[in-house]
Design a protein around this ligand. Sequence first.
Ligand code: MG
Length: 373
Amino acid sequence: MTLITRANIEERERQWLRPAALRSGESQGRRYTEKEHDYRTAFQRDRDRIIHSTAFRRLEYKTQVFVNHEGDHYRTRLTHTLETNQIARTIGRVLRLNEDLIECIALAHDLGHGPFGHAGQDALQVLMKQYGGFEHNQQCLRIVELLEDNYSTFPGLNLTAEVRDGLRKHQKKAVPSLEAQVVDLADEIAYDSHDLDDGLRAGYFHEKDLDNLKLWKKNKDYLRRHKVNIQETHGRKAAIRLIINQQVNDLLKMTERQLARFKNVKPSVVRAKAEEMVRFSPQMKRDKAELKRFLHRELYHHYRVVRMTDKGKRFIENIFRAYLKEPMQLPPGIRLRLKTDPLERVICDYVAGMTDRFALDEYKRLFEPYERV
Ligand code: MG
C-alpha cells in the first residue's frame, strides 16, 4: 500500500467535484508563498490552521444567544460553528462542491464576534463609529490576516485567497463562490433551528406557541401521522431534526435545479452571476421568514435575553472607556500594537477578542475595589 499524496487528492477533486466547484489544486494561493504540504491540500491545511488558532478556541466561551453562564446546554459560538459546519459539509458533499473549502469557511465564519453575542457587536460599533467602525465579518478577516500570531514568517494564518474571499461577506461586488453560499445558508439553517430548540428548553416559549408556525406544524403533524410515540423532550428534538432536514432537502433540490441550468459552468462564471445559485424555494423562504419573525419577537426580544445582552453591552463600554482613559492599563503585549495601530483600534481588537468570561473578570479587575488586578 502506498500513502496518499496531495497530488492524489487534487486529482480526485478534479474528477469528482462538479465543474463549478473550487479545486484546491487551482487555488489562487497565499499572500506569503509557502511550500505545499506532502499530503494535505491547500484547503485542508487552512482548516487545520483555523482549528489551531487562538480565536477558534475562544469560541467556546462566547455567547451565541444565551450568555455562557446561563446554562451548560445552550449553544455557544463554538457549538453553533460546529453545527453550521456539519450542515454545510453535508450539503456540499451532496452537491459535489469542495467540502474542505466549505469546512474552512464554516469553522472561521464567526471568529470575528466579540463577547456577549450581537450586543458585543452593537457596543463596539457605537464605540468605534468615528474610528473606522466595527463589523464582525471584517474583524474575522483582520484576525486571520493580521491578529493571529503563530508564525515567525508572516502575520495571521496566511490562508488561501479562496478561504479569505469566502469570509469577506457583504464587502464585495461579486457573488460569493458556491462553497461560501452553502456556508451562508447552512449558518441560517443552524441558528434558526437551534435558537428554536434553546428557546423551548429555556421555557421562553412553549410548544403550543408554535402551532401557527408552518415549519413546526408540518413536522409535528408528520410525527403524529406516523404515530411516533415519543415523550415531550424527544418530540421537541425530533421536530427540530425534521426542521433541519426539511430545509436541507429543500435547498438541495432548488440548488440542483439552478445548477442544472448551467451545465459545466466554471467557478468564475458563478461569481459573475447577478444572484446566488444556492437557495431555498419561495415557499421555504416564506416559512423561514415566519419562523424568524417568531424568534425575533419571542426570543431575541424576550426581556431576559434583552437584560443579558444589555448588561453585556455595559461591560464592554466600561472596559473600553477605561482603557481609552488610561492606556497603561492594557497588558504590555497588547500595547506593543500601538506602534502600528491607533489606540482605539488596538482596544477594539483586544475587547473583540475577549470571551464572555474574560470580559466579566476584566470588568471586576478594573472596577471592583477588592478584586486583584
Ligand atoms: Mg454564524
